[in-house]
Ligand binder design. Structure first.
Ligand code: AMP
Length: 407
């Protein structure tokens, strides 16, 4: 887990603002759910996934309730839907931290932020297209260019049952590592995730779900790819695309960054999860969404040299060597007028406070010495050469002078 310090936090905030603007333009409203839920909400993500079996921060609270920090937000959103039963289509977006006990490395942390959307109550393939296009638009707005959109369909649950049987038959005959044999007993689909060399041949020879699609599943996926093409979005259909969570059905997708190591190159992803709301006690409701990793997205921005965000610069730094009360009045007045103003404390020397003023990056220093206090004036000292000369103004006109100067 990491600390995010200023000035980096300004960039995080800007990313959130950009995301909010992008999805709110498309009719999504923000949802905020608790960081902690009943652990049962998350075990629905998939009993055989690493996220559930190894990575949950689950514990018993003082009331003996089995709870967990959330490892992702889709299950919480579906739980909220089942609980509140809002009108559909329900289009929501979120931002916030998630927790997984993973092996930390660059781009993989135990607390990480995601932004995302979920839509409940719509089966239409055009929605899949909208959701995918929104994520792509967001990346484009950040300035990222080396992004690959990968899509696939997992078929309907019944297609999956037939496929999983075929996979199990295939892998049972194959030369797999011991770890993958253990995975096979729990979930043959997860064997496809293995990056171990010894498993590679069996994985590449494995049957593909597309051979098992029902007519509806095939038509849905065709409509999705046709829609993406209509919007001019480049994509790759990737049968090897495996998402780390078990609730997906039909459309799945991932956005991969071109600059990151392959183990961490998934900047975000999502898919359909028809059936998850039911599993959480709600009515049968189709759903689709995505979550984008903020940490990783910003790493990709660093690598591509885009989305630089400067924190708000100070307009004014007040240097008061008369005890500091005048600085209190001036900063309050300037802030009320909408200017960004800071000051020196502890009645330090002129030299020490001027050093702080320089370091602060403020455009103008206001200086109050004994003469100014006595004559009801203030000295304006531009901190950059192109801002003219130092001058003295009446104290009563200080704010309006500064506003003119800085507008
Ligand atoms: P998931 O919820 O597993 O589908 O992940 C969606 C996105 O969240 C990923 O593509 C990553 O960008 C991000 N993510 C998932 N796990 C982590 C992690 N441990 N550290 C940083 N980002 C993560």
């Amino acid at each position: 887990m990491r600390d995010i310090l200023p000035p980096d936090t300004a960039r995080w905030r800007a990313l959130n603002a950009e995301f909010a603007a992008t999805v709110e333009r498309a009719g999504y409203g923000q949802i905020s759910t608790p960081l902690i839920e009943d652990v049962g909400v998350f075990t629905r993500i998939g009993e055989a996934t690493d996220v559930v079996t190894k990575e949950l921060y689950a514990f018993e609270d003082r009331g003996g309730r089995h709870v967990s920090l959330r490892p992702e937000l889709t299950a919480s959103v579906c739980r909220a839907f089942a609980q509140h039963r809002p009108l559909t289509p329900w289009k929501v977006w979120y931002t916030g931290p998630n927790f997984r006990q993973e092996k930390a490395q660059r781009g993989r942390y135990r607390q990480f932020d995601q932004v995302g959307v979920e839509v409940l109550g719509v089966d239409d393939a055009n929605l899949d297209v909208e959701v995918i296009a929104l994520a792509a638009e967001f990346y484009a707005r950040l300035g990222l260019q080396q992004i690959t959109l990968v899509v696939y369909s997992l078929g309907e649950p019944e297609d999956r049952v037939r496929y999983v049987d075929a996979l199990r038959d295939h892998f049972e005959q194959a030369d797999l590592t011991e770890q993958s044999r253990a995975t096979l007993a729990k979930n043959p689909l997860r064997v496809l995730d293995s990056k171990r060399e010894q498993d590679a041949a069996a994985i590449s020879a494995a049957p593909q779900i597309s051979a098992f699609y029902s007519a509806d599943a095939a038509a849905h996926f065709d409509a999705v790819t046709a829609g993406l093409t209509r919007l001019g979005l480049d994509f790759v259909v990737e049968p090897k695309l495996v998402r780390g969570l078990d609730y997906y059905r039909r459309t799945i997708f991932e956005f991969q960054g071109g600059t990151l190591d392959s183990a961490q190159n998934a900047l975000g992803g999502g898919g359909r999860y028809d059936g998850l709301v039911e599993a959480l006690g709600g009515p049968a409701t189709p759903g689709i969404g995505f979550a984008l990793g903020v940490d990783r997205t910003l790493l990709a921005c660093d690598d591509e040299g885009v989305f630089h965000v400067a924190p708000r610069a100070l307009d004014v730094f007040v240097v008061d060597v008369t005890g500091g009360l005048e600085a209190a009045a001036i900063t309050a007045e300037l802030r009320a007028a909408g200017l960004a103003a800071d000051r020196g404390f502890d009645n330090r020397s002129m030299k020490a406070q001027m050093k702080l003023a320089n370091r602060s990056g403020a455009a103008i220093a206001v200086i109050i010495g004994d003469d100014e206090l006595m004559n009801d004036t203030a000295v304006l000292k531009p901190m950059a050469r192109d801002r003219g000369d130092q001058r003295t103004v009446p104290r009563s006109e200080l704010t309006s002078h500064l506003k003119d100067e800085l507008s």
